[in-house]
Ligand binder design. Sequence first.
Ligand code: FAD
Length: 509
Amino acid sequence: MGKSAVLWFRKGLRLHDNLALLEACKDATHVYPVFIIDPHFVGPGKVGVNRYRFLLECLTDLDTSLKTKYNSRLIVLRGNPLDVMRSLLKDKQPFAVDKLCYEFDSEPYARSRDAEVTKIAKEGGVEVTVSPGHTLFDLDEILKKFKGTPPLSYGPFVKMVESIGPPQTDKDAPAAIPAPPAAVLGKVDESYSVPTLQEMGCEETPHNGVLRGGETVGLQRLHDVTRNEKWIATFEKPKTKPTDFNPASTTQMSPYMKFGCVSARKFYHHLLAIYKRHKGHSQPPVSLLGQLYWREFFYTVGYATNNYDRMAGNKICRQIAWVNNEEWIEAWQQGKTGYPWIDAAMRQLRREGWMHHLARHAVACFLTRGDLFCSWEVGAKTFDELLIDADWSINNGNWMWLSCSCFFYQFFRIYHPSTFAKKYDPTGAYVRRYVPELRHMPDKYVYEPWKAPKAVQEEAKCIIGQDYPEPIVDHAEASQECKDRMKAAYDEHKAIKRAPKSEMKPDPD
Ligand code: FAD
């Protein structure tokens, strides 16, 4: 007799190159495609509306594909995954299964949840299979190559990864997915459907961005961006413009990679096929393949590091006495620092859930070691709420990088919060789009409106301090103070490293 298998979607929200799905289909008479709405991720300050909307679009797309191509459907269950799995795997409610299949997830919350679920499955006599698929390579395999401790710099990492050889070729979606029995499909009604935004505690606001969720749109975007082979072959990340919008200057594949709507291996092999046709193409770290390796790099270090998402107890993170200024943090989060480039980027983030890599650099530097000297953890948490592509491994890693807490240590190199963007966008089109108060400000003052004479401010219908804030700090003074504090923190770090073991401060935590 055949088996009934559950495919538990978490990330990996796709049907192509889904090894867990292929595993579920093996010898199965029925496959139940399941997603669980976990209250852990629902609630104020946890996930912004743009990401929820994107997730629901992904689920709707999966449901539609399963219905139209496979005569099946997505079954959305609600509740703490441990409770949901207990009733499914032990009490056989709302249906009975023999096998549970899911894709490996390296984040700490997922790992402890999955370990508990595996125990529950064993108690219920249900077989469990875990497949790789979210990253190019199996992270355990990479870690083994580094004897458990990956390097904190990219060069040696890439060298080792390239020595493994190319990742497996991506697989097509299955030709058939055995549907759940008709009796069960009849039983699973509206309450097992994809939720609305309202059910997720969000207001039904209009769609603000260009990024719509789902495997179908994600594959289409991959197809569209890779059609221009010359662009792909010559792509160099530092040369892309952070102020470009409509279209952005990079692929904007990140939300699809975050949710696994598009497989990393598929992206990789698309690039490789193009590179084969274009000799002399760009190379890591700046090439597009180099970007996929950055992703792999942060996933590997995140997987290997305890307390990776905080400073305390995090062995790779410099201990720095950040300050907590709630007023400044609020101004930064709301895009009201008085620095138009910083504010435009933070407002793009809030409005659309995405911003260019160098915009992320600029706002992260400004919040931490550049101007405000507030903790990178605050920044990472804000991004974690507002980015559609918010990704635990990549986000925390990049925040440590930008704050010179790990990976990058040249704290004296600070992004200027007004002149940096000017070279990309001298007329301030990006600022005018996201900070409409400055729409009529002459080009000369659009990045530094507080320098505009009163008559110019009046003419532009934007009085600084009234219609748009004065800068919350003086950059020249603030950045010097930040450098002094960073130097002190680095000197202390050196002193601790030099000190005999008995004098070393114990690790916090
Ligand atoms: P492209 O340049 O087109 O790159 C293609 C893909 O490569 C991306 O979709 C992404 O999957 C990967 N990639 C690109 N840059 C990086 C990078 N620096 N590190 C790791 N992977 C990369 N990226 C996230 O996906 N999620 C995050 O939560 C996130 N937080 C960040 C926080 C800070 C402070 C900074 C400075 C960067 C962060 N990034 C994050 C990395 C990077 O900014 C985004 O991946 C990138 O801007 C996404 O746009 P894209 O898809 O057009 O990138």
